[in-house]
Design a binder for this molecule. Structure first.
Ligand SMILES: [Zn+2]
Length: 305
């Protein structure tokens, strides 16, 4: 059985350098091991995702020199999400949550993701196959207990998800399927065996693993990588809006931009221009630093700190 890797950017905005670096690392991981590479556009957020961002994302990734064996759009697979939800409803696992963000915050339970953990307050409001479709937030009741999981790098991802983050939302107030749930259902349907993604998502891994078990889906191998940070005042923040790929394309050729990003990823020490394909022969995760890298954006160009 060939391995299947995926890159799953959200289309809530335009691509930025962090998107390209994440795509590059997932692509190198897949192509260097002869795996199938799936590009999945995560476009479930009805308010923030726009078709124009999806079109631009594909165009920017192609320009950058990435290719894929299968293109998916998460929003086209609502039937699968709905079927998986019904499966959990039938198991008596799904309940309606009426808590506001402020109520959850007021409980003050620190969450593993830096936010607040949900205190599992609404568990008695179990829904049934006849009433689950009514609008409102749905959560899934998790069992207590530690889920042991490990990143391929050796880092522990073990956690008790029912307290570390609380029971996850499966369907949001706006009717969209929630991130953790949709990711697990889609990875299962596609047969993903390797998940390569930024380390900001690492705290959700145990929740995803427990959802896989509830849905009788296999657990892939996980590899979390460094993030790109930017300086905002005297703080470091995950790189987002500072500069988009569209603006960078006015300053750089694809090979130049790939050269810069690969330098930050430890794969191109001198930062010389090259396309992703030229990095394949020398690619090894041991060369990629595990700590985040900081960029300074000046005059539309990128500089490493
Ligand atoms: Zn609640």
């Amino acid at each position: 059985m060939p391995e299947v890797c995926r890159f799953a950017p959200s289309t809530t905005g335009s691509a930025h350098p962090g998107t390209l670096l994440a795509g590059l690392l997932a692509w190198l991981d897949a192509r260097s091991r002869g795996a199938r590479f799936v590009l999945r556009l995560e476009d479930l957020d009805p308010e923030r995702c726009q078709p124009v961002f999806a079109t631009q994302m594909l165009e920017d990734l192609r320009w950058f020199g990435l290719d894929w064996d299968l293109l998916e759009q998460q929003s086209r697979h609502a039937v699968g999400h709905q079927a998986a939800l019904l499966q959990l409803v039938h198991a008596g696992r799904v309940y309606r949550c009426n808590c506001s963000r402020a109520q959850i915050k007021a409980h003050g339970l620190p969450g593993a993701d830096g936010g607040y953990a949900y205190p599992n307050l609404c568990r008695p409001n179990v829904v049934t196959p006849t009433n689950f479709a009514a609008p409102g937030v749905l959560r899934v009741r998790l069992d207590e207990g530690e889920i042991s999981a490990q990143d391929e790098s050796g880092q522990s991802l073990s956690q008790n998800p029912s307290t570390a983050l609380g029971d996850p939302v499966v369907r949001r107030r706006d009717g969209a399927f929630a991130y953790n749930f949709a990711v697990v259902v889609d990875d299962g349907r596609i047969g993903v065996t390797r998940v390569v993604r930024g380390r900001d998502i690492a705290p959700s891994t145990a929740t995803q693993v427990i959802l896989q078990r509830l849905l009788a889906l296999p657990t892939p191998t996980y590899r979390h990588h460094l993030l790109l940070l930017e300086e905002r005042g005297d703080k470091l923040a995950k790189l987002h809006g500072a500069i988009g790929v569209r603006a960078l394309r006015a300053q750089y050729t694809a090979a130049e931009l790939c050269g810069v990003l690969a330098q930050g990823a430890g794969l191109n020490p001198e930062g010389k221009p090259l396309m992703p394909r030229a990095l394949l022969a020398g690619f090894a995760w041991e060369r990629v630093p595990s700590f985040d890298q900081t960029l300074r954006v000046e005059g539309g160009r990128l500089y490493w700190r």
